[in-house]
Design a protein. Structure first.
Length: 348
């Protein structure tokens, strides 16, 4: 049987009015949207307010992967969302043509603005309504692709029961899994039993849950340890630092599944870690196992070593330019419960 080539972390650029068109009527007047500002640059508006953590430069840079640096810089400064994005970022027929050209059998699809807006929100019902709106749209986007464009539902853990209900609805409508950002609106860790309704639904449906990098709220951000490096106040000084440390939030969320023995409660749960690289995984497994073997073992409820769960129930996406990947694969393995490739196209 020939091997399939699958982009495990493809992205789309949502239409600027997607939430206005697809959100429940209750929220339509307060819907998330991208609007043109008085200065000619775009603004991400959340609940009637300009987003604090998503700048016009960020909006202008979406869809910039593969562009010459000068062209990308000009797009960022212009600050116009998706204006120069490739057609395959916004049109399913063009995306299928791109897959054909690149020899890729399927792309698993995640949002772009969906990685930004939740950090601006505190109301779980508002977050869920906008997750559901995006999910309705991406289900339609992928519907005519013959399974080659794979929609993944955006979920929020503000209300675990409602998140589980939305996952069930989305899977019935064609989604093949769900994803979460590395923070929760409640502050309750991802792996905590409070979130068991979602893990139970994912296990029952036999679909994976992914943790994807995204923008963190200020009060949860790792980037505020030092002055002069905060986002977005200290742009451009802090942007390299901000991008560098993105994976740490995902690693923290990932680790809570071991701390709370989530994989023991749900032995068929499938967990995916995205856009965080894979080079850290060998160190992380060795350290988790070492701590679990030592005197701290009495504080941990899990039955097995963390590496056992990773090899049994976890997938870690790797970036194509990771030079340390071969020894990591030798250490962890590259079978179904190992690494998967992520293009992150067209996001950046």
């Amino acid at each position: 049987m020939p091997e399939l080539v699958i982009d495990a972390d493809g992205h789309v650029l949502e239409p600027p009015d997607v939430w206005q068109r697809y959100v429940d009527p209750t929220y339509r007047g307060r819907a998330i949207r991208v609007r043109r500002g008085d200065d000619g640059r775009d603004v991400l508006e959340v609940d009637g307010r300009p987003a604090r953590l998503t700048t016009a430069e960020m909006l202008g840079g979406f869809g910039g992967m593969g562009k010459p640096m000068e062209e990308l810089a000009q797009a960022c400064l212009a600050g116009r969302y998706a204006e120069s994005a490739p057609a395959a970022a916004v049109d399913p027929a063009a995306r299928l043509a791109l897959l054909e050209h690149d020899g890729i059998d399927a792309a698993i699809l995640y949002p772009s603005l969906g990685l930004q807006w939740e950090a601006e929100v505190s109301d779980p019902a508002y977050a869920l309504a906008h997750c559901r709106a995006y999910n309705r749209w991406i289900e339609e986007f992928a519907a005519g692709s013959g399974g080659r464009l794979v929609p993944i539902a955006h979920l929020s853990l503000g209300d675990p029961d409602e998140a589980a209900a939305e996952l069930r609805r989305a899977v019935r409508a064609g989604a093949r899994g769900g994803f979460l950002l590395p923070f929760t609106l409640s502050g309750v860790p991802h792996g905590h039993p409070a979130h068991d309704p979602l893990w139970a639904a994912a296990q029952d449906l036999d679909v994976p849950i992914a943790i994807h990098t995204g923008v963190d709220p200020h009060e949860r951000s790792l980037h505020h340890r030092f002055t002069g490096l905060r986002w977005p106040e200290d742009v451009p000084a802090g942007i390299w630092y901000h991008e560098l440390l993105f994976p740490q939030a995902v690693q923290q969320a990932f680790s809570t599944f071991f701390l709370y023995a989530t994989f023991d409660r749900f032995p068929r749960l499938k967990l995916v870690v995205l856009e965080s690289g894979a080079g850290w995984l060998g160190f992380w497994l060795d350290r988790m196992d070492a701590l679990a073997r030592g005197t701290l073992r009495v504080t941990l409820p899990m039955r097995d070593l963390p590496s056992t769960y990773v090899r049994r129930q976890c997938w870690i996406s790797a970036d194509p330019d990771e030079r340390a990947l071969p020894p990591i694969i030798m250490h962890v393995g590259d079978d179904a419960r190992g690494e998967c490739g992520a293009a992150v196209w067209p996001e950046r």
